[in-house]
Ligand binder design. Structure first.
Ligand code: PMP
Length: 405
């Protein structure tokens, strides 16, 4: 058999599977001495590692062989119950029966897209939106149409106009994918008064809302805005342990009306049988036997200091980015989104920045339509404030070498 046997037989959809730009810069960002404003990794240094190690040991002892056996496709009942308690912080009243545990919310995205989208169906998403969601949508041959946002997030009038326009063209608009809290990559939080309106616009138009909320609790002012799901129980909500505990354990959840949840479970069982039992026990232990809110509060304080270091550097009078650049003011989450003036290229800035010893993610990764070439995502979650300030000095040197066209 020659290698050609593969080349000739890939499914059409295989062309849509692309490397994540975040993972592509991984090698560069981990080079010695490099300052990375690229990845969206949470800072895990505040986790009580020794107690967690003991808890993991105790778990296997207490659960015995159950912790190593196949388990429920819906997830551990106690964990499904525990995540409803997390959702209550965002004003969501949910039943454990509506919860499907998944190996991370990325998997939830895959399940929901596969469940609702035929090739060519439209998914509406913020401009810009999460690169991993674009990969899933494109991989499943859906078409992503971006909806304009401002400093208060998705603009309801733009959403309504977009739906009307697409429907007039005879397009099947399946769902709105939205990251209302501290959007990845823009860092913007959707204004409270827009949330109910967005739910209503979509309900009236027969468009499903998929609310992806890994950053909702990472709020610098301590305020947790009610989820869109709190206004409409038909909203499908994706939650994750990745930013409030650990991304490596791969535990997330989908909250959906029980009948939808049951169908998603069938698909999940076909794909992964069930999420890791050990991971679920560890997540449950963390949520029930640890003061995770206090640990998270300390992490949030670190993120807040890092965001301040980044924003203060950006607004220094001598300027890190070319005059006329704009950027979002992160009030939570991990990201700041900056946009260069007309004529400048973020890809060119990226090349120069790598030479100067700092990396970020160029903005076009966060659009399905190739736009975003003047924008950049700056992540502050992982580096210390000192490293961020030094990274911004390096970025300033790179910016001075930029040539506008
Ligand atoms: N949605 C968004 C907006 C994200 O930023 C991420 C992770 N970076 C995910 C989903 C995937 O999270 P998980 O680790 O739960 O799969």
């Amino acid at each position: 058999m020659t290698q050609n046997v593969f080349a000739e037989n890939y499914a059409d959809r295989a062309a849509g599977f692309r490397p994540s730009p975040v993972r592509s810069v991984w090698d560069v960002s981990t080079a010695p001495g490099m300052i990375s404003l690229a990845g969206g990794n949470p800072d895990l240094h505040g986790l009580p590692l020794e107690q967690l190690a003991l808890a993991a040991q105790r778990l296997i002892g207490e659960q015995g062989l159950d912790s190593l056996q196949y388990g429920s496709g819906a997830g551990l009942p106690e964990l499904r119950e525990a995540v409803t308690a997390i959702m209550a912080y965002s004003g969501v009243q949910a039943s454990a029966d509506d919860v499907l545990i998944t190996p991370g919310s990325q998997m939830g995205l895959e399940l929901v897209t596969a469940m609702f989208c035929n090739p060519g169906d439209v998914i509406l998403a913020e401009a810009p939106t999460y690169v991993g969601a674009i990969s899933t949508f494109v991989g499943l041959e859906a078409e992503v149409c971006h909806v304009e946002c401002d400093d208060d997030g998705l603009i309801p009038e733009e959403l309504e106009a977009r739906i009307t326009h697409l429907k007039a063209e005879g397009r099947a608009v399946k769902f709105l994918y939205t990251i209302p809290n501290f959007n990845n990559p823009s860092g913007v939080r959707l204004a409270q008064d827009r949330r109910e309106r967005i739910a209503r616009i979509c309900a009236n138009a027969g468009v499903i809302v998929v609310e992806d909320d890994p950053y909702g609790l990472i709020s610098f002012d301590g305020q947790v805005t009610p989820a869109i799901r709190s206004f409409d129980s038909n909203v499908i909500y994706l939650g994750s342990m990745s930013k409030i505990f650990s991304p490596g354990i791969r535990v997330g959840w989908v909250l959906a009306p029980a009948d939808v949840r049951a169908r998603l479970q069938l698909l999940s069982e076909a794909m992964v049988i069930h999420p890791s039992i050990l991971s679920q026990y560890l997540a449950l232990e963390y949520l029930t036997a640890f003061d995770w809110r206090a640990t998270l509060a300390r992490s949030i304080e670190r993120y807040r200091e890092r965001a301040s270091a980044l924003l203060e550097s950006l607004s220094r009078s001598e300027g890190v980015l070319p005059a006329g650049s704009t950027w979002t003011k992160a009030r939570g989450g991990f990201f700041v989104w900056a946009t260069l003036p007309q004529g400048y290229s973020a890809d060119e800035l990226f090349e120069l920045a790598v030479e100067e010893g700092v990396v970020f993610i160029p903005g076009s990764a966060f659009f399905a339509d190739g736009s975003g070439s003047r924008s950049l995502r700056l992540s502050f979650s992982l580096e210390s404030p000192e490293a961020i300030r030094e990274g911004m000095r390096r970025l300033a040197r790179a910016s001075r070498r930029l040539t506008p066209r």
